[in-house]
Design a protein around this ligand. Structure first.
Ligand SMILES: [Zn+2]
Ligand SMILES: [Zn+2]
Ligand SMILES: [Zn+2]
Length: 154
């Protein structure tokens, strides 16, 4: 894992390239998410922000900042959990694709993975065949991580 400064640096350059700006507040929210290394709700972030920066941030601002970071693909929203997670590919140059998330229901650990396009294509076809149209192919899978599974097996 890259260090925080390096990731923030990349995020800043990314925004500049897209004609947007990673303002100090946006940067603080993003670094809180990166450092926590897990999915957080907006309210978790408000608490963390106060703890890390000794400053209260209004919920409205946090939602606006998260919207911005999501649009820039620096964070992802987990719809089912209603939480946010820092993208694990901020420093990567490759094509991002549609992210899929494995979520451990026991420890809430989240892993961002990429599923190949053919699998997503199959999924879309199945959905269409069933008479629906896939709005978001982002999958959030209910899992148990290996370390929690090992603990339960003890
Ligand atoms: Zn991502
Ligand atoms: Zn990557
Ligand atoms: Zn777990």
């Amino acid at each position: 894992m890259n260090n925080l400064d390096e990731i923030i640096n990349h995020a800043e350059q990314y925004c500049t390239k897209h004609g947007t700006r990673l303002t100090p507040k946006r940067k603080q929210v993003l670094s809180s998410l990166i450092q926590s290394q897990k999915a957080l709700s907006a309210y978790d972030l408000i608490d963390l922000f106060e703890k890390n920066f000794g400053e209260k941030i209004p919920a409205m601002s946090v939602y606006r900042i998260l919207d911005f970071l999501e649009t820039e693909h620096l964070v992802h929203k987990l719809s089912l959990a209603n939480k946010y997670i820092a993208c694990s590919h901020i420093t990567c140059a490759h094509d991002h694709g549609v992210p899929q998330f494995l979520i451990c229901g026991t420890c809430n650990d989240v892993k961002e993975i990429a599923i190949d396009k053919a699998t997503i294509g199959d999924l879309k076809n199945n959905v269409e065949d069933a008479g629906f149209h896939l709005v978001s192919p982002q999958l959030e899978m209910n899992c148990i991580c290996h370390s929690c599974a090992a603990k339960q097996a003890e």
